[in-house]
Design a protein. Structure first.
Length: 522
């Protein structure tokens, strides 16, 4: 197989030895070329391959500084390729950025568990790709340089200061969100009407009213902890400020202090200018610390000091800097157990947990599965340019009988596959491809639907606004619903269909020209 971008000159020429090398694995030729055309003009060598197998085989020859792996590829996908690369000593330390089509509102825990350090989302943003690639390849080179210096028994301080030069890239990792994105991450993003989810929404509304209290979000992987954090931020008084998400497990221990608190010009050799740490990047906004339990013990002491005094001291600085940042953290671990085991400071634990929100697993909110499944079907059908198919009773039964250890993320993947399999027709049981354990709390689909119907009689503000508008002005179209509520087409479609299934509305007209009229509840 010909490897795109691979030739003898690239592999042997000394003149390119110092150029950064990136292996890009994606089964779509256009995606590979787009990424190549993004990074090569700024000095990177790109090696394009269509599968995870080829990426693994090519790595010893290329000796890359970074892998860009598509999560879904024929044969060995990105996740399995990452696990194999991490298991090989020669490639274990090379950073991996995952490529995904899913614009997820939750952290990609599975990807990070497989060894990823970051991810990019299709369609690609050139600036985002360059910022993330540049951050990780330069950090990798600097870490290798640090290891070499240590092996040669150079002074540890000199080696650490050289490595900290990587912090010049930290500004490019910042996530700033517009008012439009604030709507996207608001309360309306929570799909479902179960009592368990209702409690979470109620707690989110409470902490939105206080923009200073720290919040700890707990729950299994895949339940949507980052979505909760974003909803708190964008629904509160700090919504105009930055939201800076950090995964504590991905922070290099030797760089943790500088990454969090920043450094000053001249604080070490190569520090040509001041650089902000994550705290300063989040000034006036929210710092979200995912996997809080992975924060190094020596950093926990300094972290606590910042929280208590509201002052941080960048590396090399003589005067502290005022810090006005809200801390929201998340973990799937039991922090109290970590405290008892001596891996997490008790005083920091109490400082970080004045308000805790526990996000229930999907198996504890079975009545939300129909709404979530319909929402994902609408989303993926729209992406594919198809009309939204219906879920058969057999398919729905199969969904509610599954344990979903991967929670909402797993359900989303199952529905995406089903949307492809059904080809625009009714989703049948055979289209729901899931395996693994079943729980003992499953109910027939009729019971789930009945319970759901009863629960949905308590209307949300948006739903009541729709009914009031139709009562006053007559039939409503999807466009009129969007204008009334300021939501996108998918949210409007979801609300109108939901009210129809509840018996409040009736749909009339063709697909494109359909309108909704109000019915009297029996």
């Amino acid at each position: 197989m010909t490897i795109e971008g691979l030739n003898s000159t690239t592999l042997t020429s000394g003149s390119v030895e110092d150029r950064f090398r990136v292996i890009i694995a994606d089964d779509v030729h256009e995606n590979r070329e787009l990424l190549r055309n993004t990074i090569e003009p700024v000095g990177y060598d790109a090696f394009l391959v269509p599968t995870g197998e080829v990426a693994i085989d090519l790595a010893p020859k290329v000796k890359p500084d970074l892998f860009l792996l598509d999560i879904r590829m024929p044969g060995i996908g990105g996740l399995e390729a990452a696990r194999r690369l991490r298991a090989d000593e020669s490639t274990a330390s090379i950073p991996i950025i995952f490529i995904t089509v899913e614009d997820e509102t939750t952290s990609l825990v599975q990807a990070f568990d497989a060894g990823g350090v970051d991810y990019i989302v299709k369609p690609f943003s050139k600036e985002e790709v360059l910022a993330r690639v540049k951050t990780h390849v330069e950090l990798y080179r600097l870490r290798r340089k640090l290891e070499l210096e240590i092996s040669l028994r150079k002074q540890a301080e000199e080696a650490t200061e050289s490595a900290r030069a990587a912090l010049s890239l930290a500004d490019e990792r910042l996530s700033f969100f517009t008012e439009q994105e604030a709507k996207r991450w608001g309360i309306q993003g929570f799909i479902g009407q179960s009592p368990a989810l209702g409690l979470v929404v109620e707690q989110v509304r409470k902490v939105q009213q206080s923009d200073s209290i720290s919040v700890l979000i707990t729950g299994e992987s895949g339940v949507g902890k980052e979505l909760i954090a974003r909803a708190i931020h964008f629904g509160g008084g700090r919504s105009k400020g930055p939201f800076v998400p950090i995964n504590c497990a991905s922070i290099p221990r030797e760089l943790a202090e500088s990454l969090l608190f920043g450094h000053t010009k001249g604080s070490f050799s190569g520090a040509m200018k001041d650089h902000k740490g994550y705290f300063e990047m989040a000034e006036g906004g929210t710092l979200f610390l995912d996997e809080l339990g992975e924060l190094p013990m020596d950093i926990q002491v300094k972290f606590l000091r910042v929280l208590e005094d509201g002052l941080l001291l960048p590396v090399g600085a003589t005067r502290p800097v005022k810090s006005n940042v809200r801390i929201i953290s998340a973990t799937h671990q039991s922090l109290s157990d970590e405290v008892e085991a001596g891996r997490f400071r008790k005083d920091l634990y109490y400082r970080m947990t004045p308000f805790t929100i526990h996000v229930p697993s999907l198996r504890d909110r079975l009545e939300d599965i129909p709404s979530l499944a319909e929402h994902f079907l609408a989303h993926f059908s729209s992406e594919m340019g198809r009309s939204r198919p219906q879920l058969s009773s057999e398919a729905l039964n199969k969904l509610v009988e599954h344990d979903f250890p991967g929670n909402i993320r797993e359900l989303k993947n199952v529905i995406e596959r089903a949307a492809i399999e059904c080809d625009g027709e009714v989703v049948q049981g055979r289209n729901i491809l899931i395996s693994g354990r079943r729980h003992n709390k499953s109910k027939p689909v009729q019971d789930i639907t009945s319970q759901r119907h009863q629960t949905l009689q308590v209307l949300s503000n948006d739903e009541q606004s729709i009914l009031d508008q139709i009562e006053s002005h007559g039939p409503m179209s999807n466009r009129q619903c969007r204008e009334l509520l300021g939501v996108d087409i998918h949210r409007a479609n979801y609300l109108l269909n939901k009210l129809t299934k509840m018996g409040h509305l009736q749909r009339a007209g063709s697909n494109r020209n359909s309108v909704y009229v109000k019915l009297t509840m029996p």
